[in-house]
Design a protein around this ligand. Structure first.
Ligand code: FES
Length: 273
């Protein structure tokens, strides 16, 4: 049976989105290249990519809805169902998983009473597994609306989601200030983030990421990197946070395999040794 046409946007919404879409399309030599940002634009409108949004993209780009649907369903950054104000993504790729990502995900599932892709009853949090976000040096990583929360533990992650649900001030470990999922989608559509301090805060690499660069330059790397934004300690006297000290609003105490004397790092032993 043929599918019914997608419901239309109200006239005022359609007119506003058309203005934005034309601005996005004008940035590309071929209009169809604008499909990915246009999908973010319609996601910013309704919080997920609806049939109405896909029809709008098809109309604006002279594509079929089948072509738009094929792209929208391929990329996991486009949501196909209503979701929460905050997408809490727990990296469960290999490094984060072994550093505690799996434990964080399990504890958040239990704490929030939702499964992968589920949204809490208050509409605040959508929990999901995410793939590696190239922040392995800060593992295990949790991302909220694609902002980084580094070096998490089950306890720090539970505190994070509790504060998000309560509307408390929450600051990512690094990068731009946190905003809602819809606001994030509009930024990803290519509209500038005009919040105070957002531009200055974005795009910075943390010290743990820069160790390789320092080694390549022949410099001596720090014995241990403690905190990516506020405190870096070089040399032989690593900083140990005092009891109760948290290095940003939601960082966990720093504890890595380097602090585990029963599992010292080093080259693997040859067979037969
Ligand atoms: S494995 Fe988690 S950020 Fe790379």
């Amino acid at each position: 049976m043929p599918q019914l046409p997608a419901p239309a946007y109200p006239d005022d919404v359609r007119a506003r989105l058309e203005t934005d879409a034309k601005e996005i399309i004008s940035r590309y030599p071929g209009s169809r290249s604008a499909l990915l940002p246009l999908l973010h634009l319609v996601q910013a409108e309704e919080g997920h990519v609806t049939r109405t949004g896909m029809q709008f993209c098809a109309d604006m780009l002279d594509l079929t809805t089948a072509e738009v649907t094929a792209v929208a369903t391929f990329y996991t950054m486009y949501r196909r169902a209503p979701s929460g104000d905050y997408q809490v993504g727990v990296c469960t790729n290999t490094l984060c998983a072994v550093m505690g990502g799996d434990a964080i995900f399990e504890s958040l599932q239990e704490h929030l009473a939702v499964g992968n892709g589920g949204t809490t009853d208050d509409g605040k949090i959508t929990l999901e597994h995410i793939e590696c976000n190239a922040a392995c040096d800060f593992a295990p990583v949790v991302m909220v609306n694609w902002e980084f929360f580094d070096n998490q533990t089950p306890e720090s992650a539970k505190r994070l989601v509790d504060d998000l649900r309560a509307g408390a001030q929450v600051s990512p470990t690094r990068g731009a200030p946190l905003c809602t999922f819809k606001e994030t989608a509009r930024i990803l559509a290519g509209f500038p983030d005009e919040r105070e301090g957002a531009v200055e805060a974005s795009g910075s690499a943390g010290p743990a990421s820069l160790i390789g660069l320092r080694l390549a330059k022949g410099e001596t790397p720090p014995a241990r990197v403690v905190h990516p934004r506020t405190e870096v300690v070089d040399g032989d006297a690593p900083h140990e946070p005092s009891p109760g000290e948290h290095l940003s609003s939601h960082d966990a105490p720093q504890s890595t395999s380097a602090s585990d004397p029963s599992h010292p790092a080093g080259p693997a032993a040859e067979e037969g040794e």
